[in-house]
Design a protein around this ligand. Sequence first.
Ligand code: PLP
Length: 402
Amino acid sequence: MKRNPLFFNVSEKYLFHEVKTRVEAFKKSHPDAQIISLGIGDTTKPLAPTISNALQEIGQGMGTSQGYKGYGPELGLVELREKIIKTLYPQISWLDSDEVFISDGAKSDIGRLQILFGDTTPVALQEPSYPAYFDSSLMIRQKRPITLSCVPTPNGTSRLLLDTLPKGSLVFICSPNNPTGTVFTRSELKEYIEISKMNGHILVFDVAYREYILEGSDLPRSIYEIPGAEEVAIEVGSFSKSCGFSGIRLGWTVVPKALRYADGHSVNKDFTRLITTLFNGASYISQKAGIIALSEQGRKETLEQVSLYKESTKKLKKALLERGAKVYGGDHAPYVWVEIDTLTGWSSFDYFLSKAHIVTTPGIGFGPSGEKFLRMSGFARSDDIDESINRILKLNLRNPIE
Ligand code: PLP
């Protein structure tokens, strides 16, 4: 059989391979170095006790004839869909449970959405961003996605040029953003929604990090907080970063009934058709655990963990600023986006590895506009964060070459 030619367009994981090669080489020449990874984009804290206990009970129940469950509804347990609406979208009055689709994680639905819109739809994405948007588009389309550079600078973050896209584009955006940690404001989203309406674009809004937005801030946690978004936007959510479910696998996607193709057909109906064909639903165990995670006690415990990750990120940011780096993000996201004058590309990665024995993620891994930056993650273990800060405080990031 011939290889699918589209896979020639998808690069091997050169970046992470290169990170590994550089770290291995460094370890060889410095066998005693205590290397810490701040490259990690995954949660590290154990599951909250309420969730862990519930999982044991659910597992026990599945081992009894009364408690056993086979296939569930393809779109997800109604109880979970209603709980998501009540807990995460209390102010969105139009939202109905058949507009909320339960997934086995945001990444899977990003892939399914690519299939939904087919291989002739023009695709664009915020850049730098989570690599899955770009790569999953390459896997089904000849045409490469259009990248919309959106980089923070001391004078603010550049605007997404949605008005330059072909009419009827599918656009992936993410807020709070991985990797830059920046968040779209209400007025930015209002503008993007208006432009999308005028041009027939559909926005896919990724809210995997929504719980990292500071309590009391006016920044939107959902695009549906802006009136009219239901006519142009799909929202993709995840339990991974907010509840430590990256290994359990659970997410959701909102496809409003008000969202229509140019010919008036319902996007929600097509997505329902697609899901019932390609997916047999998220696991019963993960969905039941999700219901517990959204209970009062579950929320309390998981949001405490989110606060600890935020605290770590804040401390990292403070140390980097103190030593003279330019630092973006980190206030409403578990990532800081670091720029050090005179160091670009791999030189800043090598600098932190050789001078502080800290592994980071080069910004270039998230798109070409990331060239001058590094991403550091507050998801690392607290003791690793504290030790990294001790080491960072010994660096001169204003003049690293000295
Ligand atoms: N969206 C963004 C922006 C991410 O950074 C990630 C994971 O790093 C995901 C989605 C994946 O989420 P899930 O674990 O639900 O597939």
